[in-house]
Design a protein around this ligand. Sequence first.
Ligand SMILES: [Zn+2]
Length: 186
Amino acid sequence: MKGDGVVWRCWLRLGADHRIELNLHVLGILTLLGVTWLLALGFLPQVFPGWPAGAYWLVACSVALTDSLAGLVHELGHAVVAVARGRRVYRITLYGLAAAARRSSGPARPRDQFAIALAGPVSHLTMACALLCAWQLLPIDNEPLRVAAGFPAVSNFVAGLLNLLPISPLDGGRVTRAIVAGVFRV
Ligand SMILES: [Zn+2]
């Protein structure tokens, strides 16, 4: 482990001359283990009784991984739009269900702020739609498999909607600020 709590690091190339440092923080691993444990021993057996024990662990692990991936996809959504609009993104660190990015500061045009902020919740809603499509294609008599897709579909949908609330520091607050700045030219 590196001194800053990062257990794994790689670089992602975006476009010809833009590299983003991707970090997995030790908290990300601990959150993954904690969420898997809570789901496998607590939530899933209570809500969906009668599965084989191994199925609870497999589904719990799959849900925890998918929701952690959603946190990364959320930040990557911001990053792709930011880079497309000429901003720099230096680093994305995954802390478990949430990720954080270090982007170039400095003033951005309201329409850029609007697009960059909106990309986060839209990423969650896109993941929710993809998982919902997968859920509909899965065999109706295989409850564990359907929960493995349906649970993160719901959590991504809720995360997308919550993120759209016009409250700072949520993305919805940034979207609202960008709209106000664009309309009133402040
Ligand atoms: Zn965001």
